[in-house]
Design a protein around this ligand. Structure first.
Ligand code: TYD
Length: 201
């Protein structure tokens, strides 16, 4: 594989999605093909699973299994083919989100997620993961101002705290892959940090 796999992570309300257009632009300006995608989703089947995942109440392990079902489809049909032809793949969330939400916040055993990860991804890991980190109160404030919350966003502050710390723990465990971005700064400063990181890829 010759392309690069970039993932964006963070709590709801951390603001990661805001930066997608400028990341795409910066990479395209350097002549790369960019495939911008998201999880859950990224394929027609994955988007149908996303609808269920975001709106249908279900057991946390069911949620985990469906995330990985969507992910299998996403890798086979979008991510791998793009990487093979040398494209940069930019995914708004990937497996770190399963560790943060389903394991960290909802208590699904990490060992179960590891088994699914091994099965579905084999050796595939992001080359770089941008973690947009904000204090819980900030993310909750941004969300309540922004839109009608989905199933995951209606959860309480302690749930968000568990997500935040699970992400930070993932970053600590994978220091070579993660870049933590202080997303509580003014937008221009966050945008500059993101662009500086992208420039190194
Ligand atoms: P999100 O990126 O917040 O989409 P949007 O900005 O359009 O609302 O993703 C939707 C939700 O999916 C988010 O709350 C986190 C959740 N999620 C998981 O719980 N586990 C996962 O593995 C993934 C990929 C997402």
């Amino acid at each position: 594989m010759t392309g690069k796999f970039i993932t964006l992570e963070g709590m709801d309300g951390a603001g990661k999605s805001t930066h997608i257009p400028s990341i795409i632009e910066a990479l395209q300006a350097r002549g790369y093909e960019v495939v911008s995608t998201r999880e859950p989703g990224g394929t027609p089947l994955g988007e149908r699973l996303r609808e269920l995942l975001l709106h249908e109440p279900m057991h946390a392990e069911t949620e985990t299994l469906l995330m990985f079902a969507a992910r299998r489809e996403h890798i086979a049909n979008v991510i791998e083919p793009a990487l093979v032809r040398g494209a940069y793949v930019l995914s708004d969330r990937f497996t770190d989100a399963t560790y943060a939400y389903q394991c960290g916040a909802k208590g699904v055993a990490a060992s179960k997620i590891q088994m699914l990860e091994q099965w579905v991804q084999a050796d595939l890991q992001p080359d770089i993961t941008l973690l947009f980190d904000v204090p819980v109160e900030v993310s909750m404030q941004r969300l309540s101002a922004a839109r009608t919350p989905d199933k995951f966003e209606r959860e309480a502050a302690d749930f968000f705290t568990r997500i935040r710390y699970a992400y930070l723990q993932r970053a600590q465990q994978n220091p070579a892959r993660f870049r933590i971005i202080d997303a509580n700064m003014p937008l221009g400063i966050v945008d500059k940090s993101v662009k500086d990181i992208i420039a190194t890829l």
